[in-house]
Structure formats: C-alpha cells, structure tokens
Design a protein. Structure first.
Length: 593
C-alpha cells in the first residue's frame, strides 16, 4: 500500500515524510542522463502520483463512454465519475454550488472564457480593466483582446523592486470606470503571494468584478472562494498533481448565467432550431462538445490525493524548503534572486551575474546533471522588462522536493560558475554585455565555407556522425561558439532583437559588396549554445548565393545531424527566429536580382 492508503483511516497518525510521498510518484525514481532525476520545474507542471495515473487508466479500461446522453449503464457510470469530479472541485474550492464549477482545459482557457464572455457582454468604450505588472501572459492578452473589441482600456498595477504589488497605486487606479480586476494569487515568475482578499474587497467597493489566477496557488495552500469573496477563480489540473488539458473555472452563479456561452455545440443547448437556440443551464452551457472525461476524473483523483495528505501536513515542509533554498542560493557566488517579496511561495527565480551566464545556458548545463529547472521569461515578459533582464532560471518547488534537491541545484550552479571562470573559457552574459572584441564588421562577416549550403552541410554531417550521443554534439556546438567573434554590443545598437527567443539574439544580413547575388550575415547572442548555433548557420549560409540559401532545407539538416531539438520555434532558443530573419533578407536579395 502507498503512504496515503496507509494513513487514510487514521489521519492523526499521519506524519509528513517527503521521501515516502516520493514513492507515490513513479517518475521521481527515474534517471536522466544516467543520474537521478531532480525535478524543480513544478511551476510549469507537477508530476503525477500513481493514484491519478491508475484512476485515468481505470476509466479507459472499465468505464470509457461518452457522458450525459447515453441511457446504457457504461455511459451512466462515466457520467457519474465525471460529475463526481466536479463535486470534488467544488468542495476543494469551497464553491458551495457545484454548478458554479466549469471544466476547462486549464487556467488559460478559464481566463479567456471570462474575458470573452463577460467582456463582450458587459465592457463598453471607456471602461477600465485592471491587471498587475506581474501577470502571466494568459492574464494579459485575453484582456487586451477584450479591450480592443469593446473600446475598454487596460490599466496596470505596478510592482516594486521586491516584486510586490504597489497597493497604494492600485487604490489610485480604482474608480467609477473600473469594471474588472484580474490578478494572480501567486506569481509564477517571482513567487509573490498577493493579498487577493483585500484586492477583491477594494474592487468590489467601486463595483468591479474580480478574477483570480490560482494556477500556482492551489497545490500549496487551501483555497476558499467564498472567504476570498472573488467573482471568478481559475486553476489548472496539471499544476495540482493532475493531468494536463484539464482545469476548472469557478464563477458566481448569477454572473455565469448572465454571460453568453463561450463555444457552441453539443451538450450546451436546451433547444435548437434554425430560427433560435436556447442554452442549457449551468454548468453545461459552458462545456460544449465531448469534454476531457478522463482528465476530469484524473483531476478528481488528484484532489482526493492532496486532500488525504492535507495542506496542514506539508505546509511546514514547503515553508522550510523555500527558506532553505533561498539561503542556499544566496550563498552561490554571483547569483541574484529576482523576486524578494516578504510573502513568497514555491518559486525561486534567479540570474547569474558574476560570471554572467545566460539562463538558457544554465538550464542546459543543469540538465546534464539531471536537474530540471525552467529558463526564459516564463510567459511574463513585462516582469522581465520591469527588472531589466531578458530571462531568469527558475526553480519551483512541490511537496515531494527535499533539501537534497536544493543542495544538488546549488552544487550544479557552483560547478557551472567554476567552469565559466576556468582560464580560456568564455561565459555568455545574462544581461548582454559581451567582451568588446572583434567588432570590425568586415572581419566578422564570414565568407562562404563551401561551394553551396548543401556541400557545407554534407561536411558538417560527417563531423557530427563521428560524435555519437547528444551531449557530445552539444559540446561540439558550444566549441563552435567559442570561436565566434564577439559583436554583441555593436549589433544590439544597430538591429532589433530576434523575436521569440529566451536569450538575446541580434542578427544583421546584407548583400555582399563584391557579389550582388550573395548573402552574408553577422549575429551574436548572450547564450553560449546559441552562439554555437550561429556559428553553424554562418558556415551554412553566409557567403552563399541568396537563391541557394532559400532552397536549402535547414530542418532536414538538423534532423540529419541529430540536433532537431533546437529547430522548433517552441524551443525559444533563437534558432527558428534567426532562420526566419536570414530567409527574409535572402529573399529580398534574390527578388532584387
């Protein structure tokens, strides 16, 4: 039996033991690159206990049927399992009425639902929507869209240097034009815990509605929407030890009933004719089509699991872990924690400043040690702009993490710093201040490395075939980056940053002065691995005929050499953005003739 099963009958005997909890999570006993997995990316998604995995498998093995409309027993059983999960969510949030719980794909869809449905019904030109400067993009962009469609105006609560909301400024923003306030409960990029009860009370005094993004909060603290007195509350199952693709939106019944549906389709209607459609009562009105039945059941199992443990059982452990992690990382030379609010939870974002090492490089080097952290802007670009940095590395904690995990993280960071300080090693910077060497553009515009991109690709492929595994190939790319001339400071002044990158990348291309049909380019970045990718691209493209550049299949080449993990735009490493800019410039050269 598992730890939870052993203690369900006698909660008084339950003593929280993170090592015993870990036994419920199969993935935590696996290895990465031959080393035990140290998982510190819980802010992105939490791992799943066996109880959740088994509940979903059991549904598919013994209950799989569509819900709500089938008269046969299997459909009735599936419907009951699905609606039972809704009741569990309602109890988990203390929603009072289960019909106020709408299943969604996650927090993002929940916020979009409210912004679209409430926004298009109630927002008018000149109305104001208030968000905070620490919001995830999913709590900014939907409101921007709603404002653009309705003529409303978006207002932003500023944050101080510690990453805390300026409540004095929030009070100034509130007024008769304020119609909606939408803020996060716990910041995914800074770890700040906001006083959402006070935020809601202040908003209600001016007649505004309130939505809370609870994505980062719900796995760490109990949630009582009635006590918080909020109008909407959204969260994601996968951040609560449940499956991906499922979440829930709580809304006050009167507001949900007054809102138009989010999508049209099956199960959200009462009656349909070609002249008029009437909609089903809550919650079906907002759940068009066949839902993620297994996901809802898995979410219910995750709530059962967490409820059996009890927040009070592991609250002290998580508080101790965050305190220890903060103290341990503050001891790492050259490390600066970004987000130092007095009330924090679960998240530690940081940069390495001395030596300055980009977050992308930090993440890749920690991965070699089996340590999983998140790197980039964390879908919080305004936060990064507020602190004057392109990105951070982020360690986010869960109840199954231990002090040993934190020690391993600190040791991994110290190893990275020691390697960067070794003689002859170049450390890319987190802030973009590279050594001012090799800034002569005529010197650093590379000429052709072969008669065509394909010929160069064939030579490079032979070299990569001899390297073996992915780690060896990555190291080779890093070595290529070591030889790339430094032009970062100059390029930053003369060209826009390449879009879509967690690192800072700058690239300029031109028609060769000697040959009008030839394309040349110069680029640099603040991440070692990206500098290596730039060196590869320069060998393939710079000095080649623009028409040949356009004809070359770069994706096939990266698959051929076994580095296709870099090629997708979702990797946010800059490669896809650089390729697009190269192709745009080469296209202009080719079309000009």
């Amino acid at each position: 039996m598992t730890l939870i099963a052993d203690n369900l009958l006698n909660r008084r005997s339950f003593t929280f033991d993170p090592e015993a909890i870990r036994a419920d999570f199969p993935i935590l006993s696996t290895t990465v690159r031959g080393k035990p997995l140290i998982y510190l990316d819980n802010g992105a998604t939490t791992q799943k206990p066996r109880q959740v995995i088994d509940a979903m498998a059991r549904y598919y093995e013994t209950q799989n049927a569509n819900i709500h409309r089938g008269v046969y027993q299997l459909s009735q059983d599936a419907t009951e399992a699905y609606e039972s999960a809704r009741r569990k969510v309602a109890a988990f949030l203390n929603a009072g009425d289960e019909k106020q719980v709408i299943f969604t794909r996650g927090t993002t869809e929940g916020i979009n639902l409210v912004a679209a449905c409430w926004g298009r019904k109630f927002l008018k030109p000149g109305d104001e929507v208030v968000v905070s400067a620490m919001e995830h993009h999913s709590n900014i962009v939907p409101w921007q869209i709603a404002c653009e469609l309705t003529g409303a105006v978006l207002r932003v609560i500023p944050i101080n240097d510690a990453g805390e909301l300026r409540m004095d400024e929030y009070a100034k923003l509130l007024g008769p034009r304020t119609k909606f306030v939408s803020v996060t409960h716990l910041s995914n990029s800074l770890g700040t815990i906001n006083d959402v009860k006070t935020i809601a009370s202040m908003a209600h005094k001016v007649g505004a509605m309130v939505l809370i993004d609870g994505a980062q909060w719900v796995a760490h603290h109990p949630t009582d929407v009635q006590d918080l007195d909020v109008d909407f509350y959204a969260f994601s199952g996968h951040k609560l030890f449940g499956p991906t693709g499922i979440g829930a939106l709580y809304g006050r019944r009167g507001l949900l009933e007054a809102m138009p549906p989010y999508q049209g389709g099956g199960d959200m209607i009462e009656s349909v004719t070609f002249e008029k459609t009437t909609y089903a009562p809550l919650p079906n009105k907002f759940e068009a089509g066949t839902p993620h039945i297994a996901g809802a059941i898995g979410l219910g199992a995750a709530i059962d699991y967490l409820t059996a443990i009890g927040f009070d059982a592991f609250a002290g452990h998580e508080e101790d872990l965050l305190r220890y992690a903060t103290e341990r990382l503050e001891q790492v030379p050259g490390l600066r924690i970004v987000g130092t609010a007095a009330k924090k939870g679960s998240v530690l974002s940081f940069v390495l400043e001395d030596p300055a090492i980009s977050s992308l490089d930090i993440g890749m080097k920690l991965d070699v040690e089996g340590i999983a952290v998140r790197t980039g802007h964390h879908c919080c670009q305004p936060v990064m702009a507020r602190f004057g940095i392109p990105s951070t590395a982020r360690a986010s904690l869960a109840m199954y993490n231990t002090r040993a995990d934190i020690d391993a993280l600190a040791a991994g960071l110290e190893k990275i710093i020691a390697a960067a300080r070794a003689p002859g090693r170049y450390a890319a910077t987190a802030q973009g201040a590279l050594p001012k060497a090799g800034l002569n553009l005529e010197v650093t515009y590379p000429k052709a490395a072969g008669p065509s991109p394909q010929a160069v690709a064939d030579d490079l492929a032979e070299a990569f075939e001899m390297l073996g595994d992915r780690d060896a190939k990555n190291e080779y790319v890093l070595d290529l980056g070591q030889k790339l001339p430094h032009a970062f400071d100059l390029l930053k002044k003369v060209t826009p940053r390449v879009a879509g990158c967690m690192s800072e990348v700058y690239l300029v291309g031109r028609r060769s002065p000697a040959s009008p049909e030839v394309f040349e380019f110069l680029a640099d970045a603040n991440a070692e691995i990206v500098r290596g990718l730039i060196a590869l691209l320069q060998r393939l493209y710079s000095g080649q005929r623009a028409a040949d550049v356009l004809a070359f299949d770069i994706e096939a080449f990266f698959r051929r050499i076994g580095l296709d993990q870099f090629i997708t735009s979702q990797r946010r490493n800059g490669l896809a953005g650089m390729i697009q800019r190269i192709r745009d410039t080469a296209g202009r050269i080719a079309s000009a003739g």
